[in-house]
Design a protein around this ligand. Structure first.
Ligand SMILES: Nc1ncnc2c1ncn2[C@@H]1O[C@H](COP(=O)(O)OP(=O)(O)OP(=O)(O)O)[C@@H](O)[C@H]1O
Ligand SMILES: [Mg+2]
Length: 369
């Protein structure tokens, strides 16, 4: 999706992809096949480009920092990116700045777990390497938590322990910051996660003016404090005590896919503008209401393309498919609808996603869908 906007701006991109079959690799004209954790592959990439940026954070920060020290331009810089790669580093840095978060503790490999006093059940997270809920565990008691912590430590990963907060709603605040310090913010959105995975994004959803303002202010503060260049997504929980920060991403984020079809400038375009040192574009919405629903593979593993015509017959549906092989539970694309009626856009986006084979999660109360 970054490549689509890079093409429109005439920016040449070179992709470092793990496999020639990766969605980005099949779209890009310049592909290096290799691991983002491989020194040689990174050196080849660095020699071919003016600036390196990211679309995921499963990277080797130490290798990247060495490249940076030798003069390669990396955006966001590795010192900013640390806080998206490492949830423990993120918690410690934001705690230093007194930003609202769940109570937490960090256990590095070698440190033994005692009752951290955060209540039970306890949320235990891999500090690095998790995504889509992988790396997030809920432990009922000290024995279960100890087992999870030991397994993480055996892989050399620190454990982040968090109180399990009672979540009233999940929000995401998305901003983009340019290298000159200009910040543009999209409206704060409501997201719905099932089993730790984002299923739908609603703009504005149930986000009140108060949380919209607070969420935007938090993201602006974090972007400045951590010197982020590019898109910053701040995942937030509404709790009984107000907003708390869940985690950060420093790249185009699932909660911002709707911007392709509901904002003057998409998160992908603004990310590219930021890392290329260009002025940012307007983040205004193009309609009062937008809904974006993720397309997932179902049990029968049929390709969403088999029913593309059905999805495209939903009036106003923008279909984005990632070209991934269908597998149960795998995110294969998203459908976005913008319009003037919140119920209509949500229903239409779901109709598109369901037509493409997405199973309807029981956990989402969809009413008369
Ligand atoms: N402290 C907590 N208390 C209650 N629920 C939590 C807590 N932390 C995480 N969760 C739940 O687990 C989900 C996934 O957590 P988190 O975002 O840390 O994991 P992730 O694997 O990095 O997610 P993703 O890559 O999908 O954003 C959250 O969206 C939330 O629903
Ligand atoms: Mg998350």
């Amino acid at each position: 999706m970054l490549l689509e906007d890079a093409s429109a701006l005439g920016l040449d991109c070179v992709i470092l992809a793990e496999s020639a079959q990766d969605s980005a690799a099949t779209t890009a004209s310049n592909v290096i096949v290799g691991s983002p954790k491989d020194q040689m592959a990174l050196d080849t990439l660095a020699a071919a480009v003016d600036v390196i940026t990211f679309d995921h954070e499963i990277v080797d920060l130490e290798l990247l920092a060495a490249l940076e020290a030798r003069g390669t331009s990396i955006a966001p810089s590795t010192s900013a990116l640390l806080h998206a790669v490492d949830k423990a580093a993120m918690r410690l840095a934001l705690a230093d700045r007194q930003l609202p978060m769940p109570r937490f503790a960090v256990l590095a490999p070698g440190e033994a777990l005692e009752d951290p006093g955060l209540g039970w059940p306890l949320v235990v997270k891999a500090a690095r390497g998790g995504y889509d809920g992988r790396g997030v565990f809920v432990a009922a008691d000290l024995a279960e938590a100890t087992g999870i912590v030991q397994a993480l430590h055996a892989e050399g990963v620190s454990a982040l322990l968090e109180e399990q907060v009672a979540i009233r709603a999940e929000l995401a605040s998305l901003v983009c910051r340019s290298s000159s310090g200009e910040i543009r913010a999209w409206p704060v959105v409501e997201t719905a996660q099932v089993d730790g995975v984002c299923r739908e994004v609603l703009i504005p959803g149930s986000v009140s003016d108060r949380y919209r303002a607070e969420g935007e202010a938090l993201a602006r503060t974090i972007a400045e404090e951590l010197d982020v260049v590019g898109v910053l997504a701040v995942e937030l929980f509404i709790t009984g005590e107000g907003l708390v920060i869940n985690e950060l991403a420093m790249r185009p984020h699932n909660s911002g896919h709707w911007t392709q079809d509901g904002s003057v400038t998409s998160q992908f375009e603004n990310h590219l503008r930021a890392v290329a040192g260009l002025p940012l574009g307007s983040t205004k919405t193009t309609a009062p209401f937008v809904a974006s629903v993720n397309v997932f593979g179902g049990a029968e593993q049929r390709s969403p393309h088999a029913s593309l015509a059905e999805a495209l017959s939903v009036e106003g549906a923008h279909v984005h498919l990632y070209g991934k092989a269908p597998r149960q539970g795998r995110k294969l694309g998203h459908v976005t609808v913008a319009g003037s009626d919140p119920e209509h856009v949500r229903r239409a986006a779901w109709h598109g996603a369901l037509a493409l084979g997405t199973p309807l999660p029981d956990a989402l109360r969809m009413g008369a869908l």
